[in-house]
Design a protein around this ligand. Sequence first.
Ligand code: G6P
Length: 612
Amino acid sequence: MCGIVGAIADRDVVPVLIEGLKRLEYRGYDSSGIAVLHDAGQPDIRRVRRTGRVSEMATAAAAEGFDSVLGIGHTRWATHGGVTEANAHPHISDGVALVHNGIIENHEEQREKLRALGYAFESQTDTEVIAHLMHHHLKGGDSLLGALQRTVKELTGAYALAVISRAEPEHFVCARMGCPLLVGLGEGENFVASDVSAIVSSTRRVIFLEEGDTADVRRDGVQVYGHDDAPVQRDVHLSDVSLASLELGPYRHYMQKEIHEQPRALGDTIEAAIDAGGFPAELFGKDAEAVLSGIEGIQILACGTSYYAGLTARYWIESIAGLPCSVEIASEYRYRAAHANPKHLIVTISQSGETLDTMEALKYAKSLGHTHTLSICNVPESAIPRASELVCYTRAGAEIGVASTKAFTTQLAALFQLTVVLGKLHGHVDAAQEADYLEQLRFLPGSVQHALNMEPQIAAWAERFARKSSALFLGRGLHYPIALEGALKLKEITYIHAEAYPAGELKHGPLALVDEDMPVVVIAPNDSLLEKVKSNMQEVRARGGELFVFTDQDSNFNESEGVHVIRTPRHAGVLSPVVHTIPVQLLAYHTALARGTDVDKPRNLAKSVTVE
Ligand code: G6P
């Protein structure tokens, strides 16, 4: 987490830095700051930092008349040190200023060393040691680039760094290890950023720095150096992120926009299968057939909402593809003495492609002997797909709201396609079934659109939820992970305590919580488990609990006292979990509106979690 932006140009770069930081706020929004070169005869560095949102810092920068052709900026998600102005970046050590994303693990050791050299520390951050190390090497005679290259070799941990110095006002330098960083190439101006959205108003031509790279960025050119400090050529990519896709448009919040974009996002994600008239293995890359036909099982690794997509996929993979499938939270797997079976495919699921726990779990799986890996990811060229053998990009488009919505449903669509591909290759799906699954997939965007049309009814329920302090979500089978996702959405953006249980587990503990103040949301589609779920609902009613039930158009189920029902469209078969995700997203969104919380930037969270 934390977002970085830097720019050198012939124009004032302060608006570029501010706009970039606003676009990077999804990475953290505890505090922000910029440092710019101020050249009134004698070059110096000016800095402004504020806790709170970028807009507050921008107001302060404007009030102080910031204006410069060279600068760096940062938006922070606090790790080392609380949310204070002193801990906000950039950090300065006598004429050198830097911004950092990541965690320096040996910061205490470095701090002791630097204290012994006479450096005093003003913050509690791990980052300040980098500023002083840079200063120490500059004082020893290094150039700015040389000091950076020497400094990063003394660091253990993860970093993306951008550094300016008043002694070398004609350029800035940057480095990357374990955290994303790209260089943007403009006309007579160049940039650095954590992701392309930050600089897309200025350029879409980018170089993705690789692990261990450093770069020297000047107005008229950029030189990248590899981990051995030798100059290297890196490919220039033309990003397809458009400015329009990052704008809010007519919506109140990005989350609302992203919920409503789901029919389009799903349509894009399934387009290749629809165009192919089936599920060729090539949907997962040209080597996919050889890899996928040889595997004997699946191990899914992911965090947060992406983990719930994995839990849903397990039902599909076991029942449709006939393969064993385990799903594990990445941060647990990476510290477990897992039994590796090299015939099992490691599938990582990550919206951002940079979640540290997922990345480390992937590396750990490889170290255990797994050779076959597949990444399902929404961000092209991000770290996890780059470290994977096979890749499937969901085509949700940029997701900006911290609570994941369209990324989740498109992950489900990708995982369903993977299931059918595996089923075909392993002889569990014949041509007729393949055609049937394709037909179901073809209807999916339309069914999701119908589900979105229920928004007014769900908004009415949300008014009642807004007054509650806890909620239970129940589901069974394929819809248990959707109950989990519903509870997660509600707690993330409304701060209402919510828990999800498989409905059959209610009687083994959580039923003790049920009373008239505890709303119980039930995902109860018209599938083979509906009768079982109905019995579980009776257990709730008998204890005075109020039920809010999402069911299908065609299920034999009616409202009664204490039982409120909203019907999604016709039962969507095996893809029903995708359709049933929409109402729980809308319930969380409208409850958050009613409670007046910050929907897109919930407290304490960040979208992209690049720390442990
Ligand atoms: C954060 C986000 C969640 C997301 C999780 C995993 O916690 O707030 O919305 O599900 O990270 O992120 P990933 O990018 O790996 O899917």
